[in-house]
Design a protein around this ligand. Structure first.
Ligand SMILES: NC(=O)N[C@H]1NC(=O)NC1=O
Length: 175
């Protein structure tokens, strides 16, 4: 897919394809359509990141809260987004032993109880062992630090999702 194609999309088409570049936050995709046309993919990504940075702390916390727990309830119920399902599978989180799942769930609960939002990490850039270690280590941080790290991870996830869309997307023939 090229930029010209994107720049000629209606906001409905743009939302259909790019609506989940930030997990369960289509409002961000809808907002950046106002910045059309984009001169580059980087410019598109930067407008997402600028929008996120313009939010108050509660808005940033809200973005983190839209993320499903890793190997959590949504994975067990089959209610993850396609993107999150692929990312968690790639990190090995869909094939945990019961003991590993129990440990991860416990750490996730401790993290949420301490910070008020879920532990977020770019799963595709990690694996199950690294995720467990990072979670245990980040649990020791201050809340403000974790908000910053979590949002940095959201941006990494977004970057990979945008890349994927540019490489793989099959556009509706109508476009
Ligand atoms: N909690 C959390 O990190 N969730 C996410 N990470 C990722 O790579 N995809 C997600 O949905």
């Amino acid at each position: 897919m090229d930029l010209n194609t994107i720049n000629s999309m209606s906001y409905e088409e743009f939302l259909d394809i790019f609506g989940n570049i930030i997990e369960r936050c289509p409002i961000i995709t809808a907002a950046i359509w106002s910045q059309f046309p984009f001169a580059s993919v980087t410019e598109l990504e930067n407008s997402v990141y600028d929008f996120i940075e313009s939010l108050p702390l509660t808005g940033k916390e809200g973005i983190l809260r839209c993320h499903p727990d890793l190997a959590g309830r949504d994975l067990m119920r089959g209610t993850l987004t396609d993107e999150s399902q692929t990312e968690q599978a790639q990190a090995g989180l869909t094939a945990l032993t019961p003991k590993e799942r129990e440990t991860l769930n416990l750490l996730n609960s401790q993290y949420k109880a301490k910070f008020g939002f879920p532990f977020v990490i770019c799963a595709k850039m990690s694996d199950k062992n690294k995720i467990m270690r990072e979670l245990a280590s980040r649990l020791q941080n201050e809340q403000s630090q974790e908000l910053q790290i979590g949002i940095a991870e959201v941006k990494k996830i977004c970057h990979l999702r945008v890349n994927d869309l540019f490489l793989n997307v099959k556009l509706p023939t109508k476009l």
